[in-house]
Design a protein around this ligand. Structure first.
Ligand SMILES: Cc1cc2nc3c(=O)[nH]c(=O)nc-3n(C[C@H](O)[C@H](O)[C@H](O)COP(=O)(O)O)c2cc1C
Length: 197
């Protein structure tokens, strides 16, 4: 049995929202209401974490506010081009140390990733663009937020209302029109023994 959704197909049937989540770039420039935005953080908040440590944090800027241009400036040029039409830019942070043991929490990045995916799935259900980005200046972001060493910067996320693909530069239009595919399961799943393929 397979599943088809949004031009993507899975070998085994899965919830269609998983296939429908993509990292689109075309956004309309409209802003999200506070409620729409907070709903994304609400979803992220319910992600699992080791010992329920809850080490992930979200710092956001909204279009047309005092923080917008400094957040946008952090981005690589290739991301700025389309992120200017986002409603919000989010920086995801994680705390490297556990609150319960005064020691490193190895899973802090894993937990932040889980929180992001919750947000992405929720946003997909709200028909929003939720696009993670590593293309930004991590050092400048650290400086901007006056982060102490205990905090890691994980990712930035562009959030917005979907827009017209024709508003994107030509070279970016294809990936919005054609969702990416994935490696087959037998390349990523192993029973008992791991062999690099
Ligand atoms: C950690 C991370 C960093 C990424 N950085 C960027 C980025 O800087 N710019 C960009 O356009 N997309 C970025 N992406 C999006 C990926 O290109 C995208 O997730 C991948 O091609 C798979 O496509 P999909 O998300 O539509 O399934 C990033 C994704 C992740 C998870």
């Amino acid at each position: 049995m397979s599943n088809n959704s949004n031009l993507r197909s899975s070998k085994y049937p899965i919830n269609p929202i998983i296939l429908n989540r993509t990292s689109k770039r075309a956004m309309s420039g409209e802003t999200l209401s506070k409620e729409e935005l907070m709903t994304l953080f609400e979803a992220a908040r319910w992600a699992p974490s080791s010992n329920n440590n809850q080490l992930t944090r979200f710092v956001y800027a909204s279009k047309d506010t005092e923080h917008w241009s400094t957040f946008l400036e952090l981005l690589a040029d290739g991301n700025k081009i389309w992120c200017k039409n986002a409603s919000n830019l989010i920086i995801i942070l994680s705390r490297k140390n556990s609150y319960y043991k005064s020691s490193d929490q190895r899973s802090h990045s894993f937990e932040a990733g889980s929180a992001f995916e919750n947000m992405a799935i929720q946003g997909t259900s709200q028909n929003l663009v939720i696009h993670p980005m590593g293309g930004f200046d991590y050092a400048k972001a650290r400086e901007l937020l006056s982060l102490e060493n205990i905090w890691d910067i994980e990712c930035m996320v562009a959030v917005g209302k979907p827009g017209d693909v024709s508003s994107l530069p030509k070279e970016l239009q294809d990936s919005d029109n054609q969702p990416s595919t994935r490696n087959p399961l037998d390349q990523i799943v192993f029973e008992g023994i791991f062999t690099e393929k």
